[in-house]
Design a protein. Structure first.
Ligand code: ZN
Length: 241
């Protein structure tokens, strides 16, 4: 009897010692910040118009250092010669998406143009990364309602646009994003500008300290229980941010 009690006591003690450690390893995303706030807030950074050597690779280095995931919408005609960057994106846990072949405005474009522009980039991505569902961000975020049926993947807009391409100023871009950032936001940036890369890393540093976790758009929707549908446009993780 005494021996049995001792064994049980020992097991409970073992459980007490093991459980907290196991929980941490199993439940927390890789980019869990050092100081966690009471609430778990998820947010998505998205980068358009790349890949661009010199800025995209520096961004990938910085995101890796910080354990932050992001989503990249690539312009097809920019991919040739930058295949290693595209492979790195996927290998390092980022989501890779389609931003048309030549950055055409899809609103008002013919069916033939829409299909060609999206298909060509899809083929370039498949050649590098293999078959997959490469979500689309229509350039300028626009596509006609009636043309959405042509798109066989989910589409992504954004809820925070600091107009980084116009500001081209790290501090102003950081400020604009921090003012508008909230849980489930999808932030629009462009990884072809050095100032946007600097801003993105500054945004990650600040928001991680506030308890935010940076995830891909696909992850953000899933965390909100949303299974993204082809032809639908998503503007934030919960469609309200
Ligand atoms: Zn664009």
């Amino acid at each position: 009897m005494k021996k049995r009690e001792l064994v049980l006591g020992g097991l409970c003690l073992l459980a007490l010692v093991l459980l907290p450690g196991r929980r941490e390893a199993a439940d927390l995303p890789a980019d869990a910040p050092a100081e966690l706030s009471a609430e778990t807030n998820y947010i998505a950074l998205t980068f358009d118009d790349g890949p661009n050597r010199g800025t995209t690779d520096r961004l990938l280095d910085g995101l890796k250092e910080r354990g932050a995931s992001a989503t990249f919408f690539l312009v097809g005609e920019r991919i040739s010669g930058e295949e290693d960057l595209v492979k790195r994106m996927q290998a390092e846990g980022h989501q890779v998406g389609n931003h048309t072949w030549s950055h055409v405005r899809l609103r008002g474009a013919s069916e033939e143009t829409i299909c060609r522009e999206t298909r060509q980039t899809e083929e370039a991505l498949e050649a590098i990364l293999g078959p997959g569902t490469y979500w689309l961000r229509p350039p300028y975020g626009q596509i006609d309602e009636k043309e959405r049926k042509l798109v066989t993947v989910p589409m992504v807009q954004w809820s925070v646009d600091p107009r980084d391409w116009e500001l081209k100023n790290k501090d102003k871009v950081v400020q604009a994003v921090l003012e508008a950032a909230k849980p489930n936001a999808i932030i629009l940036l462009h990884d072809i500008y050095p100032t946007s890369v600097d801003a993105a890393l500054g945004i990650v540093d600040t928001l991680q300290k506030q308890g935010y976790w940076f995830v891909t758009v696909e992850e953000l929707l899933k965390l909100n229980g949303i299974e993204a549908q082809p032809g639908m446009i998503y503007r934030s993780g919960d469609q309200t941010a």
